[in-house]
Every structure is written in structure tokens, then in C-alpha cells.
Design a protein. Structure first.
Length: 451
């Protein structure tokens, strides 16, 4: 008996240590069993307490009276399936007549407390069927991407959602995106993760980094074109617009709209073309859009209007030609001048890291998901990389990208440098990959070395 007590104490101590130091390991060893038993044992009473039950149907009440049996109580949604994941539980429910998916979504916080889980989110799969995703621990505290992800052409994993699901950047579904965030909010890490995920794909990367290229030029071996100042950026964007027009001419020449051509073979974008004729898609990454929109002189204003006009044309017309925009910045409001609001309206995918004020969050989500504004301004300063993402559907979620160092991103880009396509229209902007020239030390005083 003594040995049994000692063994039990060791198991409890090991479980407590795992829960403190390695919550993912604790969940897969102890937590998942305890949580599943807790959910199944408390299910009926919790649903009743949360108001997610309906009275028994009249025919059952009549049958109970006729047979002198006890009156049946209220009924909760029926459990269709309980599935275990690496981060939590997935509960699929069949709603009773008279229930609504909104009622389940409104009760998620109460369900989280009642089932003693870290988080509960709800989504409607189809009419009458709701899925509850329950997380057993804070998956965003230490992001660990699953070993196997569903990667497809122009669809790459970039972050982990708060419900444990993988967040994908799908350019064919959401062609253009906007990423906002204050300094040290994790915006640069998110961009590196995106570049590293796109590097193994058959895609051309084009970068505009007006911070003298400190963010994107280390990844130059995987980029087909790069610009590090507004003047070069204006010329590069004009070249992209010209390339887009050439692609449209190619699509039009291969449409072949005749009576004997099946509807499915009529080309309307590059993905309808035969693979041997299909131009390579292009992802344009703009690191700090404000540097392209600010101006001090009249000549700068002309260049600025030229840049914004080109970006707006690419955002409006680039999808069918396989040109996708990924614009990053600290702010993206009307104070940047005319054309900015029109450009923002074309950027369907929105991601906001920690921002310094509510107006910056409104720039990202005020026109598509007002509820996400509150979530964006509540991101704490000690969790860099945590962001809120949403699109025009009104849905939003908290995400966090895995920490990708600059060295890791450089290694990935160098490993896949052979996949960098050569585009004749962008050849003048191809980064030079020769040996680095010696640069004199800046004329500033260095900090004294620690004693």
C-alpha cells in the first residue's frame, strides 16, 4: 500500500511539473483524458445552466402522461463526435429544433469556465451543426507548428490560431493583404515567416524595403526584384504594371472562345492557362508603406502619386494576372494622402499586431470586423508576435507566428535560390549577389564595452 501511495504521489508530481513547464506534453499525457471525462460528465448540467437546452417535444410529454412515466426534462444539443487534437478537443454538436448557432457562440466563455479549459470557440459548419474547438492550454504562449501541414500552391502556413488550428495565407482566396503593427510588435518576424514559407514554392518574390533594405535584402537570393528607395520603387511598380498588362494579353490570346471549347477551358486568369504557358505568380512585399506615401517637395509628391496609383492598379487588377500584394506598415490611414483609402479597400486580408492607439486598429478592422478592433488594442506589450487577423467576411481570430530569426529565413532563401524565376520585365531590379563591398563605419560614437 505504501508503494502505491508513493507511486501515486510521483505521478501527481510529474503531472504538475509537466503542466507548469511543458503544457503540450501534459495535455497529451494527462490533460486530454481528464478533459474528455470532465466534458462528458458535466455536459448535460452545463448546457442546462448555460441556457442551451430546449423543452422536450409535445409527443414525448403526451406519451409520458399516457404511460404514467416521469416527465422528460429539457434536452441539450446532441453530441455527434468528440475528437482529440494535439492542443485540445473538438466537439461537434447537432442543435435541437429552435436553437441557434449564435446562442452557442455567446456561451463560449461560460463553457470555458464550466469545462475548466483554456479557451472555447464556436463555428457553424452547416445548418443545425456547430463545432466547438476547445484548447487545453495557451497555444500562443509557445508556438509549435504541427509537423504536417496542408500546403498547396500559393497557400502557406504562417501562424497558429488561438484554437490550435493552423493559420494559412491563401493568395488564391485572399489575394491582397495588409499587416499593421507598432515597433517591436512582431511584424518583421511575421514577414520573415511568410517569406520562408513562400521560398520553396514556384513563385516570384518582389520586395520594396525603403529602410535601405535592412529587412529584405539579406533574403535577396530568393527575390526576383528588390528596391531600397522610393525612386527605385516607383520604377519597379511601373514595371510590374507593364508585366501585368502583358499577362492579360497572354490570357486573351489563349481564351479561344468558340462553340466547341468547353466552358471549363475558357481562360479568365493565369490559373486557367495550360501549365506550360502559365506565367509565374508574383508576390509583392512592401515593408514600410508610409515611406512610399510621405513627401517633402513637389517632386516627391509627383513620385508619391505615381507609386500609390501603381499600387492601386495592382490591387484592383493584379489578381487575375497572378500579382499579389502584401503591404506592411505601422499606420495606414487617410493621413498618408489621397488614394490610400481606395488602396486599403482592395486589401482583403487584414492582420494587426500590437498597435499604439485605437485609430490604428480601426484602420485595419473598422470597415470589416468592428469586434476585432477591441481585440487588437488589448494585445499586451510582452507578447510580441500575437496578432488579430480577419477578412471581409467579418470573422477574426488571434494568431501568433513562430519565431523565425533572420538567420533561419536567410538559410531557407539560400537553400531555394535555384527556384528564383527570371522575369525579363524585372531584370533591371534583380539584386546583385556579388561579394559585399567594404562599408566605412558610421560616424557615431559606439557604446562603451561592459567592464
Amino acid at each position: 500500500m505504501t508503494w502505491l501511495i508513493v507511486a501515486l504521489a510521483l505521478v501527481v508530481a510529474a503531472a504538475g511539473l509537466l503542466r507548469w513547464r511543458r503544457p503540450a506534453w501534459y495535455w497529451m499525457t494527462f490533460g486530454v483524458t481528464l478533459a474528455a471525462l470532465r466534458v462528458l460528465a458535466r455536459y448535460g448540467s452545463v448546457m442546462d445552466a448555460c441556457g442551451l437546452t430546449v423543452p422536450a417535444p409535445r409527443w414525448r410529454l403526451t406519451l409520458a402522461r399516457m404511460t404514467n412515466r416521469p416527465i422528460p426534462g429539457p434536452r441539450a444539443p446532441r453530441i455527434l463526435r468528440l475528437r482529440v487534437t494535439r492542443t485540445g478537443l473538438v466537439l461537434r454538436l447537432k442543435l435541437r429544433p429552435g436553437q441557434d448557432a449564435f446562442d452557442v457562440a455567446a456561451s463560449c466563455d461560460r463553457l470555458r469556465h464550466s469545462f475548466a479549459l483554456y479557451g472555447v470557440t464556436s463555428r457553424e459548419l452547416r445548418s443545425g451543426v456547430v463545432e466547438l474547438r476547445m484548447t487545453g492550454y495557451d497555444v500562443l504562449k509557445r508556438v509549435q507548428m504541427p509537423a504536417h501541414v496542408d500546403t498547396r500552391p500559393m497557400r502557406v502556413p504562417v501562424a497558429l490560431r488561438e484554437d490550435g488550428a493552423v493559420h494559412y495565407r491563401d493568395y488564391r482566396t485572399v489575394p491582397h493583404g495588409l499587416t499593421l503593427g507598432a515597433t517591436e510588435s512582431g511584424k518583421s518576424v511575421y514577414q520573415r515567416t511568410l517569406v520562408a514559407a513562400l521560398a520553396p514554392q514556384q513563385v516570384a518574390l518582389v520586395g520594396i524595403d525603403c529602410k535601405q533594405g535592412v529587412e529584405l535584402f539579406p533574403l535577396a537570393r530568393r527575390f526576383s526584384a528588390l528596391a531600397d528607395n522610393p525612386d527605385t520603387a516607383a520604377e519597379l511598380l511601373d514595371a510590374l504594371v507593364s508585366h501585368m498588362q502583358d499577362v492579360y494579353q497572354l490570357i486573351r490570346s489563349h481564351q479561344r472562345i468558340t462553340a466547341d471549347v468547353p466552358d471549363a477551358e475558357i481562360a479568365a486568369d493565369i490559373w486557367d492557362l495550360p501549365e506550360d504557358l502559365r506565367p509565374v505568380p508574383i508576390v509583392v512585399l512592401v515593408d514600410e508603406v508610409a515611406e512610399l506615401a510621405l513627401f517633402a517637395t513637389r517632386d516627391d509628391e509627383k513620385r508619391r502619386d505615381r507609386i500609390i496609383t501603381a499600387l492601386a492598379r495592382l490591387a484592383q487588377l493584379g489578381r487575375a494576372a497572378g500579382v499579389y500584394l502584401e503591404i506592411c506598415g505601422q499606420r495606414f490611414g487617410s493621413e498618408l494622402g489621397k488614394g490610400i483609402t481606395m488602396l486599403r479597400a482592395q486589401l482583403t486580408g487584414r492582420t494587426a499586431h500590437r498597435v499604439n492607439d485605437e485609430s490604428s486598429a480601426n484602420m485595419a478592422f473598422g470597415d470589416i470586423a468592428p469586434d476585432a478592433v477591441v481585440a487588437a488594442i488589448q494585445i499586451p506589450t510582452d507578447t510580441p508576435g500575437v496578432a488579430v487577423t480577419g477578412d471581409s467576411s467579418g470573422g477574426w481570430a488571434r494568431i501568433r507566428a513562430p519565431h523565425t530569426s533572420l538567420r533561419q529565413a536567410v538559410n531557407v532563401c539560400n537553400r531555394h535560390a535555384d527556384l528564383t524565376p527570371h522575369l525579363p520585365a524585372l531584370a533591371p531590379f534583380r539584386p546583385a549577389l556579388g561579394a559585399l563591398a567594404s562599408v566605412p563605419a558610421p560616424a557615431v560614437e559606439s557604446a562603451p564595452a561592459a567592464a
